[in-house]
Design a protein around this ligand. Structure first.
Ligand SMILES: *Cc1c(COP(=O)(O)O)cnc(C)c1O
Length: 358
């Protein structure tokens, strides 16, 4: 059997979610589908903190990350870079043919709103890309501070990736003036991969309208037109939408506040476990994610032996670091459906394996 995933994405998917996804197939141009689409809106709006419609993109998160640039950027992109995903967004902007620059900090550090203000003051940028929870380093950036910094420059579009934070902490898209807020469903929403969800501000839609190079598949205007009829521009991943409907129902049942509290609690368990073993957080303590934890690998730890033993003995998978910090860091996810009980099982298993390693 494949190991249970405590890897920060994709995360473990529950049998109940898979069962919901095995719903009979329905056509996407009919009443059943419109009802399904409409049923997802209240739950999605709540976790995004928006009154805007939430669009459903049959793609991974990168589809919408690239699309946001194609829809919004007319001049130049400023990418806020602090890890593998945010750094890659700069490459993606350049690959799409945009002029782009970075505010770059060391991996493991958070982005400073003052640095963003200083760079935007150069007056060249009309779009900013920002990753709230940088999954590669475990940094949870200062959402309110960064949004306020960007919003002090009128007509500057702010694109925010909440892939590993959505539904674990407040996003408040409308309050913060975010223009595109996006996430993939295989991380904090604990669904199989293949679907991204995103909302666009009114100003973002206006910018898109005046942008001729939006293409078709990811055209925000097409998404809005179809949304008005509770539909999507092209045939969506209908099975995943049934899974999403089930997950949003779960969130409503648990209560959004309780869900956030659960993530705080389970994340604290992992931080405390690390502290007990002398493992340092790779991210600043006051800017660390509540959905995953990234530790610096101590020299005394045989990381690959640890990960391998955890898998062989307990069939649990944690992650041995991403990109250029592979090996020097390791990451543990508590996002999605994990509870105090399941995190305790992991902690007991890790303690046991560590004992054997010594
Ligand atoms: C996983 C992840 C992505 C990439 O998502 P895909 O689904 O592979 O496109 C982007 N941003 C963040 C913060 C992520 O954690």
């Amino acid at each position: 059997m494949s190991p249970k995933l405590f890897n920060p994405g994709p995360v473990d998917v529950s049998p109940e979610t898979f069962a919901a996804m095995s719903h009979t197939m329905i056509g996407h141009r009919g009443k059943d589908f419109e009802d399904l689409y409409a049923s997802l809106q209240p739950g999605l709006k709540e976790i995004f903190g928006t009154a805007r419609p939430v669009f459903l993109s049959t793609s991974s998160a990168w589809g919408v990350m690239e699309a946001s640039l194609r829809n919004l950027t007319k001049k130049k992109v400023l990418c806020l870079c602090c890890g593998a995903f945010s750094d890659k967004w700069l490459d993606v902007a350049k690959k799409c043919g945009f002029e782009a620059e970075a505010v770059q900090v060391e991996w493991g550090d958070a982005i400073s709103p003052d640095a963003v203000r200083a760079k935007l003051a150069e007056g060249e940028f009309d779009t900013v890309t920002f990753i709230h929870s940088e999954t590669s380093t475990g940094v949870l950036n200062d959402l309110a501070g960064i949004c306020a910094a960007v919003k002090s420059f009128p007509d500057t579009m702010l694109i925010v990736d909440t892939v590993s934070s959505l539904s674990t902490v407040d996003i408040d898209m409308d309050k913060h003036g975010i223009d595109v807020c996006l996430a993939g469903v295989q991380k904090a929403l604990a669904l199989p991969p293949g679907l991204a969800v995103f909302a666009v501000s009114e100003a973002g839609m206006e910018r898109a309208k005046s942008n001729p190079n939006r293409g078709y598949y990811f055209d925000f205007i097409e998404f809005a037109k179809n949304d008005a009829a509770n539909n999507t521009p092209t045939t969506p991943a209908i099975s995943l939408l049934f899974g999403l409907q089930y997950m949003l129902g779960n969130i409503a049942k648990e209560g959004y506040a309780a869900r956030k509290a659960r993530h705080l609690k389970t994340n604290t368990m992992i931080r405390e476990w690390g502290a007990k073993h002398g493992f340092q957080l790779f991210s600043p303590i006051d800017r660390s994610s509540f959905a995953l934890t990234c530790f610096a690998t101590p020299e005394t730890l045989d990381l690959s032996g640890f990960i391998k033993a955890l898998k062989t003995k307990y069939n649990f998978l944690i992650n041995g670091g991403y990109g250029k910090i592979k090996g020097t860091t390791f990451r543990i996810s508590n996002m999605g459906n994990e509870t105090e009980a399941t995190m305790q099982e992991l902690i007991d298993a890790m303690d046991d394996v560590l004992k054997d390693l010594k």
